[in-house]
Design a protein around this ligand. Structure first.
Ligand code: PLP
Length: 392
C-alpha cells in the first residue's frame, strides 16, 4: 500500500492510513491497485446510502447543469422543499441550512444564547455532557467533552456547564447551583465518545426538566440522524421531541450540507441579520438532501438499520463470545461499539491490511462500526466474521 501518512503540502491534523480509495459501490471500496474493501464506517456515518448511489449521482449531475448557487438574497426552491421535507419528518417547524455539523451546532448555540439573553439568564450557560463531541470550531470544541479536543485552545469559550451523561441527578444539581442555564445540548447516542446510548427514561425526564425551567432541549443528531439508529431520528425512539435538532453527515450522503431545525419558541428566535451563510442552502446541496430523503424513505432504510443493527449486534456477540478482553458490545441500529479492555488503535490498520475492512477506533479502546444502511445481510454477517478474525 503506497500513500504517505502525511503529505508535505497538507496541514498535519489527521493520522492517515496508508491507503487511498479511487472508487466505491454500495458498501464496497477499491484502491488504485483494484483491491476490494468492505466499508463498515460509511465515511463516519456519512454515506448511509452507500457509495456511488445512482439517484444521488444523477441529482448532482443534473443540478450542476441547471444552477449551483445564487445566494440567500433570493428565494431557493430546493431549500424550501428540503425545509418542508425535514419539517414533516421531524416535527420541527423551521430549518437553517449550512455546510457541516459544526456549523449546525454553532447555529443551535446561537439560538441558546439568544434564548438566554431574552430570558435574561446572564451570563448564558448551556449544559453539555462529559464525553460528548460537537465539532471543531471554537464554540463547538468548548461544548465537546474531550480534553484532547481542548488541548492548546485555552482559554475555552465560556458558557458551558458539563455534567455526566445519562445522569439525571447531575442535571438537577446543576439546575440548582448554576444560574443562567438556558439550554441542554446532547447526543442521544454518543458517537466519538465510544457509542454510549442515552436511556429513554433519561431523555423523557430531561424533556420535563427543560419544560419546567424554560431550557431549550437541543439534540445533536449529526451522527444518529437520517435513519442510522433505526428510526429517522434517534429521539423518536425515546418518545420525546427536542426544541432544536442538528443534522449533517448522512443528510448529503457525502455532499456537504448541515441543518439546524427548531420548533416552537426556538424557531422564532432569529431575525434578519442574526445569522447567515454564503453557501448554506444552495440549490445543489438542498436538491441532494431531498434526493437522499427520497432514497431513504423508498428503501425503508431506518427500519432496515434497526433489523440489520440487531443482526450485527447479535452476530458480534456470538462471534466474539470466546475472545478475551471484550468489555462490552453495545449500540443502537447500525451504530455499534465494541469496547476492549485495552487501547486498540492499531486495529484500524490491521483491519485494512489483513481483513480489507474499514473500521474506526474511538476513545482509544472502542471499535466503532457504522456500516452503510444499504448493506445486505451477507455483508453484515461478513463484518462480524472479519472482526472475529481481527481480534482472534
Ligand atoms: C461529526 C459530528 C459533528 C461535527 O460535524 P462536522 O461536519 O465534522 O463539523 C458534530 N456532532 C456530532 C455528534 C458528530 O458526530
Amino acid at each position: 500500500m503506497p500513500t504517505p501518512a502525511h503529505h508535505p503540502h497538507l496541514m498535519h491534523v489527521y493520522t492517515r492510513q496508508p491507503v487511498s480509495f479511487v472508487r466505491g459501490q454500495g458498501a464496497r471500496l477499491w484502491d488504485a491497485q483494484g483491491v476490494e474493501y468492505l466499508d463498515a464506517i460509511a465515511g463516519v456515518a456519512v454515506t448511509n446510502l452507500g457509495h456511488a448511489h445512482p439517484e444521488v449521482a444523477a441529482a448532482i449531475a443534473e443540478q450542476a447543469t441547471l444552477l449551483l448557487h445564487t445566494s440567500n438574497m433570493f428565494g431557493i426552491d430546493w431549500q424550501a422543499r428540503l425545509g418542508e421535507r425535514l419539517s414533516t419528518l421531524t416535527g420541527m417547524e423551521r430549518a437553517f441550512f449550512c455546510n457541516s455539523g459544526a456549523e449546525a451546532n454553532e447555529t443551535a448555540l446561537k439560538l441558546a444564547w439568544l434564548h438566554a439573553n431574552r430570558k435574561q439568564a446572564v451570563p448564558p450557560q448551556v449544559l453539555v455532557m462529559e464525553n460528548s463531541f460537537h465539532g471543531r470550531t471554537l464554540a463547538t470544541l468548548a461544548a465537546t467533552g474531550n480534553p484532547a479536543v481542548h488541548r492548546g485552545f485555552e482559554p475555552l469559550m465560556p458558557g458551558f456547564v458539563r455534567v455526566p451523561f445519562n445522569d439525571l441527578n447531575a442535571i438537577r444539581q446543576a439546575a440548582e447551583h448554576v444560574p443562567g442555564i438556558a439550554a441542554v445540548l446532547l447526543e442521544l447516542v454518543q458517537g466519538e465518545g465510544g457509542v454510549h446510548v442515552a436511556s429513554p427514561e433519561y431523555l423523557r425526564t430531561l424533556r420535563l426538566l427543560c419544560d419546567e425551567r424554560d431550557w431549550l432541549l437541543m439534540a445533536d443528531e449529526i451522527q444518529t440522524g437520517m435513519g442510522r439508529t433505526g428510526t429517522w431520528f434517534c429521539y423518536q425512539q425515546a418518545g420525546m421531541v427536542p426544541d432544536v435538532v442538528t443534522l449533517a453527515k448522512g443528510l448529503g450522503n457525502g455532499f456537504p450540507i448541515g441543518a439546524c431545525l427548531a420548533r416552537g419558541r426556538a424557531a422564532e428566535l432569529f431575525s434578519p441579520g442574526n445569522h447567515g451563510s454564503t453557501f448554506g442552502g444552495n440549490p445543489l446541496a438542498c436538491r441532494v438532501g431531498c434526493t437522499v430523503i427520497d432514497a431513504i424513505a423508498r428503501g425503508g432504510l431506518p427500519e432496515r438499520a434497526s433489523v440489520l443493527g440487531r443482526r450485527l449486534l447479535l452476530g458480534l456477540r456470538r462471534a466474539l463470545v470466546d475472545i478475551p478482553g471484550i468489555v462490552a458490545i453495545r449500540g443502537q441500529g447500525l451504530m455499534i461499539g465494541i469496547e476492549l479492555d485495552r487501547p486498540c488503535g492499531e486495529l484500524v490498520r490491521k483491519a485494512l491490511e489483513q481483513e480489507r475492512l474499514l473500521i474506526t477506533v474511538t476513545r482509544e479502546r472502542t471499535i466503532r462500526l457504522l456500516p452503510p444502511l444499504v448493506c445486505d445481510e451477507s455483508q453484515i454477517d461478513e463484518i462480524a466474521v472479519r472482526v472475529r478474525r481481527l481480534l482472534h
